[in-house]
Design a protein around this ligand. Structure first.
Ligand code: COA
Length: 462
């Protein structure tokens, strides 16, 4: 059973749609409309009548069976006790996929799990798939689909984000906007009664709009299937996982949160490693890596070049590179080209110090030369904000040079400074060039790209 309808539905019905601001059934309608979904939207509510949302009037159908058209996706927002009947009706209607927002199922215990199983049985009888229950919905930016009750705006991009936790997932929606992390998709998978992490990996593996996948996970259902899928998908696209419940007490909290059995943490660590999955320990780390992994091409070799205007950040980046096992390029014949872009007291040894005098011309020349040299495989551009060059101008230079080069090799940026530095970082991230406020974060993200790439190369040979 394909889950295409979860991301590219031709029509969406909201069962429990409401005209009352403040209700979840209202927020979902509002997000569908305001994010620009172009397919048909139908409102279903036992009350019938008419509702108005975001200036659009909707006739309200009393049941989904009354909708005078085909429905690909039905988002269910009615209290748990009404869900079984609604699922049955959706089946009769020929709906393809059901995101069930409602809580009050498996997370409550055995009784709730049984109800979930019955829902899945009914759904499968009709060839439908269930997402959830206990979720905040689904976003797919290429289809302008925002069927969630989270923020309306989601920055389009190449990262698919899958979250088992609802509240955290919603919070991350807001966070990705603030931090300029572009998303292809955002899926809340909640209790995973039917569709689970492996199904998401299956879909994103061949989704042309997705470059990397980031999963927040508390427990895996069907561990073997998941690891096998992850191993296959990792050969094509990088997977980053934040697996919470590492400590014994954390694992217990996970069990009562979404009913997950967290399992021994060391088993996860080993299994992730084997499957090429990058395990992040914090949200910040996960998104740092995700920026690089979802946007950049793989390196064609191991030689990394660091360009900087500040000795200090150059040294810090070098420490991080050494610790991460990255190889800084040492061929002085090749590196000598950078002498053209620095005063005599600069250093063209890697890390290349363009000095505090580095202006727009110096960075432009150095970045261009580094991009052009086939022996330089990955580049880290570092900048300490000085009065010589506005960081936003630096951002423009990097964007222009990188785009002109055809984006064939990985390039990360770190800009340390004040408000203008933050603006420059945002400009770069909006263009899909990973930029960070600290040199170590840029280097560690580049290292994550190398780790995945090296795993892939090694695995290809086996
Ligand atoms: N078919 C269609 N509509 C139905 C229905 C049915 N069988 N049964 C009830 N409805 C309608 C109601 O008329 C109501 O409409 P109204 O908003 O115009 O009054 C609407 O569905 C919602 O029902 P209501 O009883 O008002 O519930 P609610 O809006 O307070 O809560 C849920 C519904 C689903 C949001 C709530 O039960 C729930 O599960 N909340 C938790 C959601 C959550 O946190 N999910 C996880 C996030 S990570």
């Amino acid at each position: 059973m394909s889950i295409e309808a979860l991301f590219k539905p031709r029509s969406v019905a909201v069962v429990g749609a409401s005209g009352k601001p403040g209700k979840i059934g209202y927020a979902i309608m509002k997000n569908l409309i305001e994010y620009g979904y172009e397919g048909k939207i139908y409102a279903v509510n036992v009350r019938g009548g008419e509702i108005e949302v975001s200036g659009r009037k909707f006739e309200v159908y009393k049941t989904i069976l009354d909708v005078p058209d085909e429905v690909d996706m039905a988002v269910i927002v009615v209290p748990a006790k009404f869900v079984p009947q609604v699922v049955e009706e959706c089946g009769k209607k020929g709906v393809k996929v059901l995101p069930i927002i409602s809580s009050g199922f498996g997370e409550l215990g055995e009784e709730g799990k049984k109800v979930e199983e019955q829902l899945v049985e009914t759904a499968h009888k009709y060839g439908m798939r269930i997402l959830g229950p206990n979720i905040f919905g689904v976003v797919y930016t290429p289809a302008k689909l925002n069927a969630t009750f989270g923020p309306t705006d989601v920055l389009p991009g190449k990262l698919a984000l899958v979250s088992q936790s609802g509240a955290l997932g919603i919070a991350l929606m807001g966070w990705t906007i603030l931090e300029k992390v572009g998303l292809s998709a955002l899926v809340s998978i909640g209790n995973k009664s039917d569709l689970d992490d492996a199904d998401m990996l299956d879909y994103f593996e061949n989704d042309e709009n997705t470059g990397a996948i980031l999963i927040y996970m508390e427990g895996v259902k069907g561990g073997r299937k998941f690891m096998e899928t992850a191993k296959r998908v990792s050969m094509k696209k990088p997977i980053i996982i934040i697996k919470a419940g590492r400590s014994e007490r954390g694992a217990k909290a996970a069990a009562s949160h979404t009913g997950s059995l967290a399992g021994a943490d060391s088993i996860y660590t080993a299994a992730f490693k084997q499957s090429g999955i990058l395990r992040a320990l914090t949200i910040g780390e996960a998104f740092d890596w995700a920026r690089t992994l979802s946007n950049l091409p793989e390196p064609e070799g191991e030689n990394v070049v660091i360009l900087t205007n500040g000795g200090g950040i150059g040294v810090m980046a070098t420490d991080a590179a050494e610790e991460e096992g990255l190889k800084l390029y040492d061929n002085l014949e090749d590196l000598k080209v950078f002498a053209n872009h620095m005063p005599p007291f600069g250093s063209y040894k890697n890390p290349v110090d363009l000095t505090g005098m580095a202006d727009a011309k110096a960075y432009e020349g150095a970045v261009r030369d580094a991009l052009a040299n086939p022996n330089m495989h990955a580049i880290a551009v570092l900048y300490c904000q000085t009065a010589v060059l506005d960081p936003r101008d630096l951002a423009k230079i990097v964007i222009e040079e990188y785009e002109a080069s055809g984006k064939k090799k990985p390039l990360v940026v770190a800009i340390v400074g004040g408000i203008e530095a933050k603006e420059a970082i945002d400009m770069l991230n909006e263009k899909g060039i990973p930029a960070y406020p600290e040199p170590e974060r840029a280097i560690k993200s580049l290292s994550a790209l190398y780790k995945w790439h090296n795993w892939k190369m090694k695995h290809k040979k086996e």
